[in-house]
Design a protein around this ligand. Structure first.
Ligand code: PBG
Length: 324
């Protein structure tokens, strides 16, 4: 039925009507808040490039988790800044490693909060790469052994979900096998299935003190121009036993997110990364944009493209905006 019978503007005439027919709605349960944890006590070090975010000592991370729970956000993902780094990323799988201690403390206080472990090595290696390095190359298979060990250590520390983000081939299978053997058959894997070698991670590398000391991550993270490769990567992770998958970054890769969600049907998430967050913050600080509207529009578009949940540095602010 064409104009004049059909007039789409009829349903746009009033706010209540627009709300009634809105197809995508954000809710605090859509979000996962990333938290950075460092050694020390009563420490809350601001991250300059990510206003409102901090490197927390464990006791402060627990307080941050209080706010998360209060706002009805279901999950956090923890990143660790260890006190020392080495070639084998020992801090990633130490029994009393920084995220292991943080997970114990957070779960102790908030057993109902879903605590996700980012599983990667760049924060723990002295060279800043996401795996074992030999002669300037990041080795795949030796890194899988570390990934397996780290996953078990994280599950033992009480993490509810492990999220491998290193983009090593076979990492999901290696982790699934290790978790099953260690009695953690029920611990789900959230696979960073399509993770691009993106310049949007810039501010994160300050936050986690993890920039690569030589080269870049383009021998393991995906080339930003590729789409079909993302579907192959996701297919491999699904085949290897991923329970949930992720596309990262979010906004510049909504086409990939939509396709991955459509094709695999697994719970699919997207990571609105540090650069996506900091760009909005910076422009808002200059008075160039309306921060609340832009942030919610960006998050809404990520959900509309197919994200079942979104890892975002806006989790707390967005949850507040949505409930006020
Ligand atoms: C690394 C990791 C990175 C991010 C999450 N996990 C950075 C990288 O790959 O260099 C980026 C997150 C962000 O930018 O917010 N394991």
């Amino acid at each position: 039925m064409a104009f004049p019978t059909t007039r789409p503007r009829r349903l746009r005439a009033a706010a209540a009507l627009r709300r009634l027919v809105r197809e995508t709605r954000l809710h605090p349960t859509d979000f996962v808040l990333p938290l950075f944890v460092r050694p020390g006590k009563s420490e809350k070090r601001p991250i300059a490039s990510m206003p409102g975010h901090f490197q927390y000592s464990v006791d402060e991370a627990v307080k941050a988790a209080d706010a998360v729970v209060k706002l009805g956000i279901p999950a956090v993902i923890l990143f660790g800044i260890p006190d020392k780094k080495d070639a084998k990323a020992s801090g990633a799988y130490a029994k009393d490693g920084i995220v292991q201690r943080a997970a114990r403390a957070v779960k102790d206080r908030h057993p109902e909060l879903c605590v996700i472990a980012d599983l990667c090595f760049c924060e723990y290696t002295d060279h800043g790469h996401c795996g074992i390095v030999e002669k300037g190359r990041v080795l795949n298979d030796p890194t899988l052994e570390l990934a397996a060990k780290t996953a078990v250590s994280q599950a033992q520390a009480g993490f509810d979900v492990v999220a491998p983000s290193g983009m090593m081939d076979g990492q999901v299978a290696a982790i699934r096998r290790a978790l099953d053997c260690a009695g953690f058959a029920d611990t789900p894997i959230l696979a960073y299935a399509a993770k691009y070698a993106s310049a949007f991670y810039g501010p994160f590398r300050d936050a986690a003190e993890s920039p690569p000391q030589f080269g870049d991550r383009s021998t393991y993270q995906m080339d930003p121009g590729n789409f079909r490769e993302a579907l192959r990567e996701a297919a491999l992770d699904v085949e290897e036993g991923a329970d949930m998958i992720m596309v990262k970054p979010a906004l510049p890769y909504l086409d990939v997110l939509a396709a991955v969600r459509e094709r695999f049907g697994l719970p699919t998430s997207a990571y609105q990364v540090s650069g996506e967050f900091s760009m909005i913050k910076a422009a808002a600080k200059n008075g160039w944009i309306d921060e609340k509207k832009i942030a919610l529009e960006a998050l809404g578009s990520i959900k509309r493209a197919g994200a079942d949940f979104i890892l975002t540095y806006y989790a707390l602010e967005a949850a507040r905006w949505l409930t006020e």
